[in-house]
Ligand binder design. Sequence first.
Ligand SMILES: NC(=O)c1ccc[n+]([C@@H]2O[C@H](COP(=O)([O-])OP(=O)(O)OC[C@H]3O[C@@H](n4cnc5c(N)ncnc54)[C@H](O)[C@@H]3O)[C@@H](O)[C@H]2O)c1
Length: 252
Amino acid sequence: MLTIEEWVGTAMRVEGKVAVVTGAHRGIGRACAEILAREGAQVIACDILADDPGYDSAAIRFRRLDVGSESDWQALAGAIEAGPGRVDILVNAAGIAPTKAGAHDVTLTDWDHIVRVNQTGVLLGMRMASAIMLGKGSLSIVNISSIWGQVGGTGQIAYHASKGAVINMTRNAAVTYAKQGIRVNAILPGLIDTEMVRIQPPAMNAATLSLTPMGRIGLPEEIAAGVLFLASDEASFVTGATLAIDGGFTAQ
Ligand SMILES: NC(=O)c1ccc[n+]([C@@H]2O[C@H](COP(=O)([O-])OP(=O)(O)OC[C@H]3O[C@@H](n4cnc5c(N)ncnc54)[C@H](O)[C@@H]3O)[C@@H](O)[C@H]2O)c1
């Protein structure tokens, strides 16, 4: 039940919560870190890039972390145990799409690298946060999948496979921990204006855009708005959901 203050929209939406966001140096992850901080969370912003990008809010602390590294997650768990002692929100946004290769030409090196970051990275994050919070309190995990985790596209088989896996890992964890205060949801972004897209062949982006009913590219902030909702107590009865923020792409 919302208080009157919450109802009129003056309360911050994740006030006092501790959040971990991966892939937070730039793009979608950064927008998530910024909006969570603006809405009252203390944010640990993690990325494989070593330098602190400089955030708008003093409530965001940068930490170097490779999501595919078990020891990096263990070190973060130690820092959290020694510090706030809890994680209320985990946003798994780190991801890579370095090759366009399909089933006939993908190398095992590329396959393993993409699965390591996009899929195993999500597992390691969920493992760390749920291990800390099980039996202690509630936790909201938001995994950034993709429209390509739900529908088929051309090439990029490793990326599509990893994003599909994230959707079912989300559902599995949601069901497994539903009675223990851990909610797990996934967001499926469509084409979003970030570095990942900017370095792709323009023809590839144009093809996705031509299939997007709204006819435009999305903004990282439009994904972050969905993350904020799922992370907050407003989504207290939402778990195992896949929220497409894609300009209508997957509605077709
Ligand atoms: N941009 C899109 O159109 C789009 C669409 C669907 C899904 N996504 C997903 O959204 C997420 C964010 O992507 P983005 O568009 O902001 O891309 P981006 O490339 O701008 O940002 C990705 C961030 O992840 C970080 N990262 C990469 N590997 C890492 C690792 N091993 N450990 C920690 N951090 C790592 C990068 O340094 C970067 O800061 C990704 O999971 C991506 O697959 C993006």
